[in-house]
Design a protein around this ligand. Structure first.
Ligand code: ATP
Length: 450
């Protein structure tokens, strides 16, 4: 594993972000648990996405559909046919398996052995919903959240008085029996997606906006979101899918790629570590047409403005919450030299940082200082995620907060007792400024962006 990845995996474990699943039983292949800081980090990412995609827009509504759905949905969507299958090759010598589109060499990259002929391997995970484990109870764990949105299209149109163009957003778990999971939380068999399906007129709409223009619009919006939440623009790029790599449902697709410190396989033609972070897809009317055909329901939409009926065209934005968590961790990680010592700091955007403020009494054996600090902490805890820490030297406590990406630390010292003030330390500049306790709420609201 690359040096930076090793540091991230170890920091994530050591500081309570991400633990290997089932660790006391020796682990469970490529499954991970989010610890106390990890769950805050991932929730902040999901909340920032939801705020941007749902709360701040009048044209997108939310949904939370079930993971288990009628297997007929997966027949209609094409996921049970060859459409949702990767090609698997196995090395005849060492028996390692690879996704065919992820190996660049004609022979095994591990031992040079000859490959078997490629075999289609369906990625849907099977389970049984009912007491008997037979075909009649066969069900699938959803492979994408999108289908839950399509099968609720009619419900949403009928109940929410939404008018095209409009979108439906959903965050939830998805499962794929990946042939080669790996690179920590980059590719796992259980993961979370943040998806939005935008329903539009297949013909230029009243304002003359075409499908292609909507596609470009959503590409820009999504790229802006990553950059606006602190991801370095140099580490982001678009990559257009070639005709022969388009998924079975897609008419056009472009990935937002990140420059990972590893080769993710199947990523950008520009090589290196560029690999997928999010997919923007023009799904045409594939999904709704197929669900209409298979279910017998009329899924056409009557467009009053255009005075006609049609099956809407869909533009999808599909991001991984776990893959985004990895990207936020990688991009925030920095090592700096401070007074001859190494400082490790996660420079998260304040909205993304799991803990926003640390409250630190200068020393812990002075009851008056501790009492003061506890009061400052208790005054803030209802408004912000705050951590109280009195263990160890103040320098070590600053380093601990730097390592988990806390943007601000409030230190309570002897002057605090006299003047009712605290010092505020900025994580990135390490500058300290003194402020009145009475002004803290407003000051922090301001600095943390409300
Ligand atoms: P890849 O080519 O990397 O396997 P994909 O093209 O199959 O990904 P999509 O179906 O477009 O991925 O899924 C949308 C997003 O969901 C991806 O951009 C990624 O962020 C996330 N995602 C997909 N598969 C996984 C996985 N196995 N583990 C973690 N995240 C995933």
């Amino acid at each position: 594993m690359n040096d930076l990845m090793q540091k991230i995996v170890s920091l994530a474990k050591r500081r309570g972000f991400i633990f290997p699943s089932s660790e006391i039983y020796g682990g469970f292949s490529s499954c991970y648990d989010y610890g106390p800081l990890g769950v805050e980090l991932k929730n902040n990412i999901k909340r920032a996405w939801w705020q941007n995609m749902v709360w701040s827009r009048a044209d997108v509504v939310g949904l939370d559909s079930s993971i288990l759905m009628s297997p007929k949905i997966w027949e209609a969507s094409g996921h049970l046919s060859a459409g949702f299958a990767d090609e698997l090759v196995e090395c005849k010598a060492c028996h390692k398996r690879f996704r065919k589109d992820h190996v660049e060499t004609p022979t095994c990259p591990e031992c040079g052995g000859e490959f078997t002929a490629p075999k289609k391997f369906n990625l849907m995970m099977k389970t049984y919903a009912g007491v008997t484990e037979d075909e009649s109870n066969l069900a699938y764990l959803r492979a994408e959240t999108a289908q839950g949105i399509y099968v609720n299209f009619k419900n949403i149109v009928d109940t929410m008085r939404v008018k095209i163009p409009f979108g439906v957003a959903q965050i939830g778990k998805a499962f794929r029996n990946e042939i080669t999971p790996g690179n920590f939380i980059f590719r796992t068999r259980e993961f979370e997606q943040m998806e939005m399906q935008f329903f539009i007129n297949p013909q230029p709409d009243k304002k003359g906006k075409t499908v292609k223009q909507w596609f470009e619009y959503w590409k820009k919006e999504r790229m802006k979101w990553y950059k606006g939440h602190g991801i370095n623009a140099r580490n982001l790029q678009f990559r257009k899918h070639k005709k022969d790599e388009l998924a079975h449902y897609a008419k056009a697709a472009e990935d937002i790629e990140y420059n990972y410190p590893f080769s993710s396989g199947g990523g950008s033609a520009s090589g290196g570590g560029w690999g997928e972070l999010e997919g923007i897809h023009d799904r045409g009317d594939w999904d709704l047409s197929n669900h209409a055909k298979h279910s017998g329901e009329d899924l056409t939409y009557f467009d009053e403005g255009a005075n006609k009926k049609y099956i809407p065209n869909i533009i999808e934005t599909s991001a991984g919450a776990d893959r985004s968590t990895l990207v936020f961790l990688l991009d925030a990680y920095q090592e700096e030299e401070v007074k001859g010592e190494k400082r490790v700091v996660l420079k998260f955007h304040p909205k993304i940082a799991p803990i926003k403020i640390a409250v630190l009494p200068l020393v812990k054996n002075k009851p008056k200082l501790v009492k003061f600090a506890r009061r400052v902490y208790e005054d803030l805890i209802d408004t912000f995620p705050v951590m109280y820490d009195e263990v160890g030297s103040i320098g070590r406590r600053y380093r601990r907060q730097d390592e988990i990406g806390t943007p601000y630390a409030l230190t309570i010292d002897f002057e605090s007792l006299e003047k009712y003030t605290v010092t505020l330390r900025d994580r990135d500049s390490m500058k300290q400024t003194r402020h009145k306790v009475a002004e803290l709420q407003d000051l922090l609201q301001d600095k943390l962006g409300g």
